[in-house]
Design a protein. Structure first.
Length: 287
């Protein structure tokens, strides 16, 4: 859930798309479905899990969305011709701060969930991770460097077209060069992904065996999230992540600066759709 919500704070980095917006509009249902696909909830768990999800989204819409409107409006009124990488990195840091708020709010509820999991459900999560990793290998580890860069470029352009509309051939050539200049190490991405999963499964098994208090469990979850953000102290993964963030910011800044008047209008109108959604959901939550 926190990952899905963080997406909403990173619009300027083009890490979101129409699917994310639709997902948040139906966040309670999507989040329950997503969690259940990993856990396979038992009948007695379903009511209170749904209630916790409902309460988290109600809190987020009531207390956080107004700030999101301010963030998106700030981006909406920027002069795209002068946007810098530093501007976008600032937005990225803003998004991470918002993620911290959400994880802090969600930690007690996630502790309830962790304490309720059976060994079979933990095994379900582990099995789901294995299936996801197999899919990752098929998509990201096939072919050589050129094929992987092409795959990454096409995914990036799909997101870019959501925000800006169509690009000219000259623009695409420039964006392809910037895309290919980004760090590429899919094996390292998989290794970090698997480490996160391994640490999570180990934590869940420890919670099941030791049955700590709710507060102690919430503290364990907060530490896990912090360790994940800090790449578990792995300097190679941290360096790769930092370099990737810098390169993504440089790419998006150039995309904004090269935007035509028509593309800028498309961008502003798309952001306005987000603002309208945020205002509607916030007003509904406050009524």
């Amino acid at each position: 859930m926190t990952k899905r919500l963080l997406i909403l704070g990173l619009a300027s980095m083009l890490l979101a798309c129409s699917a994310a917006r639709i997902g948040y509009n139906n966040g309670e249902t999507v989040s329950y479905w997503w969690l259940n696909s990993y856990v396979d909830f038992e009948s007695e768990q379903k009511p209170w899990v749904k209630q916790h999800i409902d309460e988290l989204f109600a809190w987020h819409r009531k207390t956080q969305l107004r700030e999101y409107v301010q963030l998106v409006s700030r981006i909406q009124h920027r002069d795209l011709s002068t946007v810098t990488k530093a501007d976008l990195l600032g937005d990225y840091d803003d998004g991470r701060t918002r993620l911290t708020r959400i994880t802090e709010r969600a930690a007690p509820d996630l502790a309830d969930l962790a304490l309720s999991l059976t060994p079979a459900q933990i095994a379900n999560i582990d099995e789901k991770f294995t299936k996801n990793n197999d899919k990752f290998r098929k998509e990201y580890l096939k072919g050589g460097t050129a094929e992987r860069q092409e795959f990454r470029y096409k995914k990036m352009m799909k997101q870019a077209e959501y925000w800006f509309g169509n690009f000219s051939r000259e623009q695409e050539t420039r964006l392809r060069a910037l895309s290919d200049a980004r760090p590429l190490n899919n094996e390292l991405m998989l290794a970090e992904r698997m480490q996160r999963q391994k640490e999570l499964i180990a934590m869940l098994r420890k919670i099941h065996a030791e049955k700590p208090s709710r507060d102690a469990t919430a503290t364990m979850i907060r530490k896990y999230v912090a360790d994940t953000i800090n790449h578990f102290g792995n300097k190679q993964q941290q360096a790769f992540a930092d370099a990737t963030t810098e390169a993504n910011a440089a790419l998006v800044a150039e995309m904004m600066r090269m935007a035509t008047p028509e593309q800028k209008r498309h961008f502003i109108n798309t952001l306005q759709d987000w603002v309208s959604d945020f205002n509607r959901l916030s007003a509904k939550a406050s009524s």
